[in-house]
Design a protein around this ligand. Structure first.
Ligand code: CMP
Length: 145
């Protein structure tokens, strides 16, 4: 199905100059960019976005990291976009990610894993898109391949 997914280049990816490389991979794959925002995540948004990890041992470090510098937040649309993006990202842990995946090629460790993409759980992508974008920030247009 045509669907939308939320993706962001994390602070480590921004600092290492990987925004263009990552955007290119999704563009070349044929996904359509429908929203993009260069922004800084504050404490409140970090807690909302990562609410499911609250209480876990890595939670405080995760919030500190994700608020440490700007992120590039995006919405991508396409056939099975959520699963496609997850395949292209690789595993959460770069050490377990295959070469050719974004984390397999650029990720440093479990925290500094360059990119976030919505999981395949029902409602996750919609929830994250709404958290980061207003409706009028998502643009409709034809992609020509
Ligand atoms: P992400 O897909 O953005 O969702 C939660 C993030 O927590 C995950 O990527 C990792 O970068 C980060 N993280 C840090 N430590 C751990 C850990 N021990 N287990 C799982 N995720 C972790």
């Amino acid at each position: 199905d045509q669907e939308r997914t939320f993706v962001m280049v994390k602070p480590d990816g921004v600092q290492r100059g990987l925004i263009g490389e990552i955007v290119s991979r999704f563009e070349e794959r044929g996904l359509k960019l429908v929203g993009g925002k260069f922004m800084r995540i504050d404490e409140e948004l970090a807690h909302e976005h990562y609410g499911e990890h609250e209480g876990k041992p890595f939670f405080e470090g995760l919030v500190e990291f994700i608020t440490s510098g700007p992120v590039f937040a995006m919405v991508w649309e396409g056939q099975d976009a959520v699963a496609q993006v997850r395949t292209m990202m690789g595993e959460t842990d770069p050490a377990e990610s295959a070469p050719g995946t974004i984390r397999g090629d650029f990720g440093l460790d479990l925290g500094r894993n360059v990119i976030h993409g919505s999981d395949t759980e029902a409602g996750s992508a919609e929830r994250e898109i709404e958290l980061f974008f207003d409706d009028d920030e998502l643009l409709d247009y034809e992609r020509v391949d």
